[in-house]
Design a protein around this ligand. Sequence first.
Ligand code: HXC
Length: 523
Amino acid sequence: MAVPESAGVAVGELLLRSEQLARQEKRAADRQHPKGKLTARERVLALVDAGSFVELDEFVQHGCRDFGLDADRPYGDGVVAGHAEVDGRPIAVFAQDFSVYGGSIGEANGAKVIKVMDLAAKIGCPVIGINDGGGARIQEGVSSLALYAQQAVRHTNASGVIPQISMILGPCAGGAVYAPALTDFTVMVENTSHMVVTGPDVVRAATGESVTLDELGGPHTNASVSGNAHYLAQDEDDALDWVKTLLGYLPSNNLGAAPEYADDTAAGITDRDRELDGIVPDGENRAYDMTEVIARVVDDGELHQVHQAFAPNMIVGFARVAGRSVGVVANQPMFFAGAIDIDASEKAARFVRFCDAFGLPLLTFADVPGYMPGVDQERGGIIRRGAKLLYAYAEATVPQVTVVVRKAYGGGYAVMGSKHLGADVNLAWPTARIAVVGTEAAVQVLHRRELAALSGQERADRERELAAHHHDTIGTPYAAAERGYVDAVIEPSHTRLAVTRALRMLRDKAVSGPTRKHGNIPL
Ligand code: HXC
């Protein structure tokens, strides 16, 4: 059958547009590749399953007539958006194209972004935003601000409903960093990523300070100092891999379950389990690596750490126990003896809340001398900001299993998944020391007058005697076990099996909180 002439014209129009899109993609590649960056479309395609990406609104154009913009109206308006699958599970995605007005967001491309976010909310799938741009498009004025504010509303309403992940793959400013800040996880890349509220030019104009983009918001600053970034990737491939692995631990939404794998873990105690019996050093103040403990309890020793470069005295990350996803929270004695400072509290609190929102059980390992003392901490708000972790654990209703490995002193004991905050199963190793303060501090506080009257060897002997008494009475895990505050004191080598049993028992735990609009976590 002959094709009607009108159909031929219509197909021709599509071909013309496709050619224009191809020219735009080449221009984007020419600009991005020399900087070691992929184009927006290449990034999306590298993230998702082959052949699964369905692009939406590729012919959208901006309607701005000012600043000569009417002469340059590229298709797509600088954002690639649509839906796809990762490991066969649906996701929504948008990626800013830095080659079009510096990846800035205006009325038309902003509408594309919120359209895929609305779609993600409707179908209950994660949304991944790939940011590479200067924020609100300056030429479009209030329209760009309006769209960013509307995007912020979407991120807020989706919080705790669908996982939201942000990738920062270029110099990002304004809305391109505030929107990610509202999401659950933010990934940056060595060398090419920057996150700043305003760039160096604006800083110079506003405050007279002369700083480089790297000093202001380079990837290391954001990953280890401000904590804005949850992962610092070596390159874009590494960043995309990290996100894909992360998605594998998460449910698609707060009503769904995370992907479950077959439980092929050993049913009896293994040699690797027995290694736990020798992992805690004899000296109470000697450091060891808590990730070595975690690796012997979770499946295949795999922990997908989040925020690894930030507050290293606290470990948080995703793992699996008997094939099911869990969130792991642990003190790290290798840094600040595992004490909880402001950053550690905020890091763990946010993670605990994420896990609770998405139904992921919490597995906590405690070895903590307490909250971090000091002028900087007090002035920085350790009271208000340290309380966040108390709040997060106290409001959590997901299954919770806690293992006290060694020290659990003072507020550190209370906050690290204690029974009193709502943990379901609390285990302690024989090496556990649960007390208000450490042995030495206890002796000095309680026996100050007596010790002041002594000196030399006599004083040292008495100190040792009092310390031994404290150590063997108040400080043992049995004081807590006798009160039911720990459910069992177990040999370290039994931990994996005890944790597995506990999580299996808690699988269908259902607890509902009080009826209220929302709580008011100390911010
Ligand atoms: C329009 C922009 C732009 C923007 C960059 N460009 N940012 N165009 N609106 N916001 C354009 C530049 O003019 C340039 O165009 C191209 O993008 C590349 O920018 P460069 O400056 O050459 O790149 P670079 O040196 O890498 O610096 C990137 C940058 C810087 C750090 C992002 O461009 C910058 O500081 N931009 C302004 C950031 C900003 O103040 N944004 C508004 C924030 S307010 P040509 O044609 O020369 O290639 C905001 C409110 C959000 O976002 C509200 C949230 C609720």
